[in-house]
Design a protein around this ligand. Structure first.
Ligand SMILES: [Zn+2]
Length: 256
């Protein structure tokens, strides 16, 4: 079990260890914020079902706290971003050691966790490197549940977040304004009618297309083609427009 403001002590005799050698003191680590960077993947254990959030502005490459009506920033009316903070422990290199952190939640990450995350659950939190220059969101993937021999009590994240923003009136009472994800499933139905692979005109069976073009070659009007085929004018017109565009392009390319 890791501790927050409650260091564990080894038994000592007259201020010395049983071997008579004063061990190097364990490094004093301060609780800090964990932000998942590009190309990083971590395993975390959530210590609480709940997390708090606040609204921020992104100014000069950093997030600044928006205090709502008391907001001090010129860009207050511009885009705002929600940031959340949750008490977690980050696993150290797959060992049995878990270090407490205040995990920063982005809007996208919160959508992955929303309604699911509970105390004691393990999640992988990761962010891919940019793909074709486009930044990738922080994402979460749930790991199998475990029976814990011990589970650290949740701790208050507020002092750490206040320090992070250097805002001592900061409160974490805002919910992520993004609407929930809409979960979809694929439908099973009939496959679409096959048409020639290289054809990019209006979608229709190939027989229908040939029939329209044959009538067009006979210099029939659109009305006559509609009557002969029983197809709506919209389809007849869009096929003819497509064929004419292809013909014009071929003329321009010297292929006709
Ligand atoms: Zn603001």
């Amino acid at each position: 079990m890791s501790t927050v403001n409650g260091a564990a002590h080894k038994p000592k005799v007259n201020g010395k260890t049983p071997h008579g050698v004063e061990p190097a003191p364990a490094p004093r680590l301060a609780l800090s914020v964990k932000r998942v960077e590009e190309g990083e993947s971590i395993i975390v254990r959530f210590l609480s079902d709940e997390y708090g959030g606040c609204i921020t502005h992104y100014i000069r490459k950093r997030s600044e706290y928006c205090a709502g009506e008391k907001c001090r920033y010129q860009c207050h009316k511009e885009r705002k971003y929600w940031k959340g903070y949750a008490p977690v422990e980050v696993n150290i290199d797959g060992t049995n050691k878990w270090r407490p952190y205040v995990l920063e939640l982005t809007e996208h990450l919160e959508l992955d966790l929303r309604g699911i995350v509970r105390r004691g659950q393990v999640w992988r939190i990761y962010r891919l490197h940019p793909v074709e220059g486009e930044k990738q969101p922080v994402s979460a993937e749930r790991r199998p549940d475990q029976q814990w021999s011990s589970l650290t009590p949740p701790f208050d994240v507020l002092p750490v977040v206040r320090q992070l923003y250097h805002e001592f009136e900061l409160v974490l009472n805002k919910k992520n304004p993004l609407p929930p994800r809409i979960v979809i499933t694929d439908a099973e139905a009939d496959a679409p009618v096959k048409i020639e692979a290289d054809y990019c005109g209006p979608e229709m069976p190939i027989e229908q297309r040939e029939a329209i073009l044959a009538l067009r070659r006979e210099r029939k009007s659109i009305r006559e083609i509609m009557d002969a085929t029983g197809l709506p004018g919209e389809i007849v017109r869009s096929l003819i427009a497509y064929e004419e565009a292809v013909h014009t392009k071929m003329l321009a390319d010297g292929k006709v």
